[in-house]
Structure formats: C-alpha cells, structure tokens
Design a protein around this ligand. Structure first.
Ligand SMILES: Cc1cc2nc3c(=O)[nH]c(=O)nc-3n(C[C@H](O)[C@H](O)[C@H](O)COP(=O)(O)OP(=O)(O)OC[C@H]3O[C@@H](n4cnc5c(N)ncnc54)[C@H](O)[C@@H]3O)c2cc1C
Ligand SMILES: COc1ccc2c(c1)CN(c1nc(C(=O)N(C)c3cc(Cl)c(F)cc3C(=O)O)c(Cl)s1)C2
Length: 470
C-alpha cells in the first residue's frame, strides 16, 4: 500500500532514511524548517535497546560538527556530555608520555559517546511536532520517477511510502545509493584498507581515570597504532589499528600479551592482562572502507549525506564532523535558493563534492603517512616544526590539522593552502640551506682554514671573557 505520510501543513514531506548520527541531525534541520519529516531507521529504537556492539564507542567531535549542532540548538547539550581533549599524549615505546597541544587555549576537541549522541539527536528530532521516527523500517529500494520507497518490516511485511524528498543518511553501505549506481554518469569508488580495528576498554584505577583524561592518547607504531579516548564513566576506549593479517596471526591470549609487551607495554597493566585476553577476542576486528561518489543528488528527488555519500577512514577524526557539516551546508544552500529542491540539490553537489572528496583523500593520506613512518619521534618532530613555523608566521603557516579541526575553511581549500605552504617551507628551507652553503664556502675561500681557526679562537675567547680586548 502506497501511503503518503500526511503533512500537517502544506509543506513537503522529507523522508530521512537512516536514523544514525547524520540522519537524526538532518531530521532536526528539516523539521526546524517546518517540513513534515519522516525518519526511517532499520534498527529498533536504540534509546530502548541495549549497547550497540561493533561500532566505535566514542568519537572526537570538533569545530565543524559543533557548528552544525549549534544551528539546531544541540551544541551545549552535547558538549556538556563530552570530555575536552586539549592535547595529544604520545606514548613512546619506553613508556614516556609527551603531550602535544592541539593549539591555543580554547582549541580542544571533545570525546563524545556515540550511542548517547545518537539518542540525544533522535530525541531532539522527536520534539518537533512535524517529525516522526519510524524504527524497524529497512529501505529495500526506491523509485526514481515517483519517489516511492519500499520498506521491509521485521515480520517481512513490505510497506510503500511516498515522499517529496528522500535524504539518504543510511551509512557506508547505503541502500538509497543503490539506485544511484543504476544511473549513467554516476561515479563511485570504494576502497577497503588492509587495516582493521578492535576496541578495548581501559578501566578506572581506584575510581579514577587510569591515564590523564583530557588527552587523545596515541601509541604510534608505524604499521600498528592504538589510540584512547576518555569516557564519562572514567574508562578509556582504546582502538587498536592493525593489518588484518596480523590480527589473524594472534590467536591465543598469550600471543596477545606478547604482542602488547612488544609494542604497547605500558598499556598492559592499564587495560589488565585478563581483560586484554578476554576483550581482544570479544569481537572480530572491524573493516574500514573509504567510499567516494558523485553526484550526491538524483534529479530533485534524492540527496545523499554523511557516510552514505562519503565514508572516510577514521584517520582524521572527521567522518561524523564532515557528515554534520553536510547538513549545515545543505541548510545554507536551502536559505540561498529558498528551498527550491530542483536548484538546491545540484548546487549542493557542486559545492560539497570537492570538499568531501578532499577530506576522504586527507584521511587516506594520513593513514598511509601514519602507517609508513610515523612513530613517536617523527610524530613529535613533525608537530614541533610546524607548530614552530606557525608561531613565527601565524597567518601563513597553519598546521593542516588546525584548518581541518578548528575552522570551517572548506576542506578542499585547506588542502590547497597546505600544498602551497609545503612548497613555501620547502623553498624556504632550500633557500637558507643555499645561503649557509654559499656563506660557508665564501668564508672558507676568503679566510683559509688556518686564518679561520684563529678567527674562531678569537671569537671563542671573546665569548668567554667579553671584557678582555685581545
Ligand atoms: C573506528 C572509527 C572511529 C571513528 N572516529 C570518528 C571520530 O573520532 N570523529 C568523527 O567525526 N567520525 C569518526 N568516525 C566516523 C563516524 O563514525 C561516521 O562518519 C558516522 O557514524 C557517519 O554517520 P552516518 O549517520 O552518516 O552513518 P551511520 O552512523 O552508519 O548511520 C547510518 C544509519 O542508517 C541505518 N541504516 C542503514 N541501512 C539502512 C536501510 N537500508 N534502511 C534504513 N536504515 C538504514 C543504520 O542502522 C544507521 O543507524 C569513526 C568511524 C570509525 C569506524
Ligand atoms: C575513535 O576512533 C578514532 C580513530 C581515529 C581518530 C580519532 C578517533 C580521532 N582522531 C583525530 N585525529 C586528529 C588529527 O587531526 N590527526 C592528524 C590525527 C590523526 C591520528 Cl590517526 C591520530 F592518531 C592523531 C591525530 C591528532 O592530530 O591528534 C584529530 Cl585533531 S582527532 C583520529
């Protein structure tokens, strides 16, 4: 039966497919504009269900995501439930911990609980009288002409529902996107990386955090890496990144301990030997996929946002932030083109595709970087050099992660500026190398080594005893 959800006023009906982080936030954006919003989520209402297994338990929320939440009045609620991380804490192999600030005082990122964030956004959407949440509705397919969607219920019954606009927020394996793949001139690519991830919990010690809480803890070990974000219950969620073929080689509890002894010795005591042996095998390592596609819209009927449009590998902590920013950018274009979908959708694709592709590339680049040669020394060195240059030329040399994490500079413009400043730094380094070289050789030619030796000795004595004129 095709029934079109009755819209309370003559406003159009917007169907948001997917009640995850981006779908729930998008529902708030459209409901705030007065549309009749119907959210269709395949899972049961997570506000009633138990823990959702297999998803990253906490996430880093930064500026872009906060600006989107702010627009629907949710920023304060979410930030109050987040834990500020003012700097990274780099764990070296010998156990020393080195903090690297994210920036000036007010520049910090937040560790937020994924399930809690999703629940808060669903409840915020539900507050709007013109918004409905339909759980246990799994989209099978939709018709590009009529916009009619076919959902299957838990009991296998099918339900057809019509909408004026379909917003595909159904994640990396989007069913809404399936219809796009049948269209000509639709570009699509997906890449699974050879790494998987596994989550481990680091319990509190005597009721207190096991490590300093206001940091993003990182154990960079080239091909392996572990990071830890704090939770409100004083635990840390540790995410271990490792190639699948390495995961497959570790099959016994003792092998887990040996592996941690070799690469993350300080973490063994903090997580606990038994917990490590148990939790390591609780779930299989999860895959990470990078999806890029364009266009994001189909006619004036359908638009993709969030992971459905651009699943990115998590090595910049931007997937959710980018998806939240999608909602904000779409909303800004709705204002500019006064909600005319036939104009808004193509404009959204034109504006947003270059930016979401840029962050997808950046995240993949950083994955390759981290895996290739980022151990704690290089990580520290790199951050110090760029932070030093930023100190002397604050408006010219801006660390890339600062532009990505603490501004709403368009992702593709941040990348362009980063390429430019890399060139400037390289030329700058080259220039001062040339000066030192030519200056040095001039001195050698002008003053043969003996003379030079005397010169240096005089200089040294003067430095030792400035008053002595000799
Ligand atoms: C290990 C890891 C760490 C991460 N860390 C960060 C981080 O620190 N910061 C950050 O910003 N991002 C991070 N991300 C990325 C972030 O998790 C995603 O970008 C974000 O969840 C995308 O939200 P979404 O709503 O688009 O998709 P999802 O969260 O996947 O939600 C999709 C929703 O659609 C529903 N659905 C799927 N198919 C259908 C269907 N056919 N019909 C109806 N409903 C359907 C699903 O049940 C789900 O509720 C991380 C990701 C991973 C894997
Ligand atoms: C829950 O699972 C996950 C998984 C991965 C991430 C997060 C949460 C949060 N992440 C953030 N990354 C940045 C960043 O810009 N860069 C370049 C970094 C990239 C890596 Cl891989 C890293 F380890 C540190 C930094 C860093 O600079 O601290 C932030 Cl800023 S936050 C990565």
């Amino acid at each position: 039966s095709t029934n079109k959800r009755k819209s309370t006023n003559n406003k159009k009906v917007v169907a948001v497919v997917g009640g995850g982080l981006v779908g729930a936030l998008n529902a708030c954006f459209f409901a705030k504009r007065g549309f009749q919003v119907e959210v269709f989520e395949s899972r049961e209402d997570i506000r009633r269900a138990k823990i959702v297994k297999g998803r990253s338990i906490n996430l880093a929320l930064s500026h872009r995501g906060r600006q989107a939440l702010k627009h629907v009045g949710m920023e304060d609620t979410i930030v109050s439930n987040g834990i500020p991380m003012h700097s990274r804490m780099i764990h070296s192999l010998n156990g020393t911990q080195s903090p690297i600030p994210y920036g000036k005082k007010g520049q910090y990122i937040l560790s937020v609980d994924r399930a809690n964030l999703n629940k808060e956004l669903l409840s915020a959407a539900e507050m709007y009288p013109n918004a409905n949440l339909n759980f246990a509705h799994k989209l099978l397919d939709w018709n590009t002409e009529t916009g009619a969607m076919t959902f299957v219920r838990v009991d296998g019954a099918k339900e057809e529902i019509q909408a004026d606009l379909i917003v595909g927020c159904d994640g990396a394996f989007s069913a809404v996107r399936k219809q796009f793949l049948r269209q000509s001139r639709f570009n699509y690519s997906q890449t699974y990386i050879p790494h998987g991830y596994l989550e481990l919990t680091m319990p509190p010690v005597n009721g207190e955090f096991a490590m300093k809480p206001n940091h993003l803890h990182i154990w960079p070990r080239n091909t392996f890496m572990m990071i830890a974000l704090p939770n409100l219950d004083k635990t840390f969620t540790c995410t271990l990144f490792m190639p699948f073929d390495k995961f497959e080689k570790i099959t016994t509890g003792n092998q887990v301990i040996d592996f941690f002894q070799e690469y993350f010795p300080d973490a063994i005591q903090l997580i606990g030997v038994d917990a490590l042996k148990r939790d390591y095998f609780r779930l299989p390592a999860q895959a990470m996929v990078s999806v890029k596609c364009s266009p994001y819209h189909l006619g004036d009927k359908c638009v993709l946002m969030g992971d459905a449009a651009h699943a990115v590998v998590p090595f910049y902590g931007q997937g959710m932030n980018a998806g939240f920013e999608d909602c904000l950018v779409f909303n800004e274009i709705m204002d500019q083109l006064n909600e005319d979908f036939s104009a808004v959708l193509p404009e959204y694709t034109r504006i947003r595709v270059p930016d979401d592709h840029a962050i997808a590339d950046l995240a993949m680049y950083n994955y390759v970087e981290m895996r290739a040669h980022v151990n704690s020394k290089w990580f520290l060195f790199q951050k110090y050099v760029v932070n030093f240059l930023n100190m002397i030329m604050p408006r010219t040399i801006i660390p890339l992660y600062t532009m990505v994490t603490f501004t709403r500079m368009r992702y593709h413009e941040a990348v362009k500026h980063w390429h430019w400043q890399n060139k400037v730094i390289k030329q700058g380094l080259f220039a001062c190398a040339a000066v030192c070289l030519s200056g040095g050789s001039y001195l050698l030619l002008r003053y043969p080594p003996k003379m030079l030796y005397v010169l240096v000795e005089q200089l040294w004595t003067r430095l030792q005893d400035p008053k002595n004129p000799s």
